[in-house]
Design a protein around this ligand. Structure first.
Ligand SMILES: *[C@@H]1O[C@H](CO)[C@@H](O)[C@H](O)[C@H]1NC(C)=O
Ligand SMILES: *[C@@H]1O[C@H](CO)[C@@H](O)[C@H](O)[C@H]1NC(C)=O
Ligand SMILES: *[C@@H]1O[C@H](CO)[C@@H](O)[C@H](O)[C@H]1NC(C)=O
Length: 337
């Protein structure tokens, strides 16, 4: 290692880790006066450094329950069940100083219902840098692991990434998009990290967060929502128990999905299954209004209505649910305004 590089690394260790432990071994070898000067210098430098450089420290990683609750309420529409579970799960986990296993959430539902969006909200309310944080990692099956034949390579790569990143920061977050398209062997390979181990090879994964996103079970969620609608019952009366059995059955019995082969569910490694309901016209209108607000414009009901009416709804005869949820709202708004 070049001297200069070593110097930078030492400085990084000093400023990103706790001050006292880092200073201790140095101060025993350096004259007291010099150590004091150095300490004073580093202390001021450290504060500046924390401020500009993301570290695995509370300055950059801290959960704000109030803010997540406010975000879920004002930015996520039509997902009363998911909202409730997410808030409870994340809050409970982040409050616990000594969790027995990492938090594992499995989000299910069709395109455009808000699975990616909710992951983003969670990240934003834990990491100051949100999705741009160097402690948040997103893996997309079709992008990162496209060739089933190479899964053994992916497997060792993925295990190294998880281990390396959690070693750097135990509060790491891993989001797996398109989980249902992931090779079953690959899913199996992350199982040890989700389990109740104190440590694996000297690394503790208990403070990490894993979020799986998939369409698996989406059909059964839609069926349940549709039955509710046909029975004339209010959507908000729908509860997790109305969906849970159907959801796990659908995920289990779908032989196309990696979940089926993997024993994630079998071993109860997933802490929460979170269903995302199909969205209705009124939710799409809310999405459009929220997008206008986010762009700093005055919400325009006329435009929101036009955008929402422009989408395709199913089933064909009744037209209750938006086929693509809120997904195409952004581009539609560009078109109408
Ligand atoms: C948490 O978020 C709320 C709402 O955004 C904010 O008012 C409050 O100051 C935050 N609390 C902390 C400790 O950052
Ligand atoms: C952390 O994960 C990223 C992928 O998100 C990977 O590129 C990087 O090498 C990992 N870091 C370590 C130290 O393993
Ligand atoms: C998956 O299940 C379907 C319906 O149960 C069946 O028709 C199909 O052959 C199965 N595919 C495989 C690969 O087992």
């Amino acid at each position: 290692m070049k001297p200069r590089k070593r110097h930078v690394l030492l400085l990084w260790m000093l400023v990103c880790s706790g001050m006292t432990e880092a200073i201790e071994p140095i101060s025993t070898t350096i004259a007291v006066g010099m150590a004091a000067t150095l300490t004073a210098f580093l202390a001021s430098y450290q504060n500046i450094f924390y401020y500009f450089h993301e570290c695995c420290r509370p300055e950059w990683i801290s959960f704000n329950r109030t803010a997540l609750e406010a975000d879920l309420e004002s930015k996520l529409f039509g997902q009363h069940i998911a909202s409730r579970i997410i808030l409870k799960a994340v809050n409970g986990f982040m409050k616990n100083e000594n969790p027995k296993k990492p938090l594992v959430l499995s989000l299910h539902g069709w395109t455009g219902t808000g699975k990616n969006f909710v992951s983003k909200l969670i990240a934003e309310n834990i990491y100051k840098e949100g999705m741009d944080s160097s402690f948040v990692h997103v893996f997309t099956s079709t992008l990162h692991f496209p060739h089933p034949s190479q899964y053994l390579t992916y497997k060792s790569q993925l295990q190294q990434w998880i281990k390396g990143n959690v070693s750097n920061c135990e509060r790491s977050m891993f989001i797996f998009d398109e989980m249902d398209k992931m090779h079953p062997g690959l899913i199996d390979s992350i199982k040890p990290y989700l389990d109740y181990y104190d440590k694996l090879d000297g690394v503790s994964y208990r403070k990490a967060i894993f979020i799986f996103l998939s369409n698996a079970g989406g059909d059964s969620i839609i069926q349940t929502a549709l039955n509710f609608w046909k029975d004339g019952r209010k959507r908000e009366e729908m509860e997790l128990k109305d969906l849970e059995t159907m959801l796990t059955l659908a995920v289990f019995n779908n032989n196309q999905s990696g979940f089926f082969h993997a024993s994630l569910i079998d071993k109860n490694l997933v802490d929460f299954f979170v269903p995302f309901l199909p969205l209705e016209y009124s939710h799409v209108v809310q999405c459009a209004l929220a997008e206008m607000r986010a762009r700093g414009r005055k919400p325009d009901w006329g435009v929101a209505d036009k955008v929402a009416k422009d989408l395709v709804y199913f089933p064909k005869t009744e037209g209750v649910f938006s086929v693509k949820g809120c997904k195409t709202i952004v581009s539609k708004l560009d078109y109408y305004t």
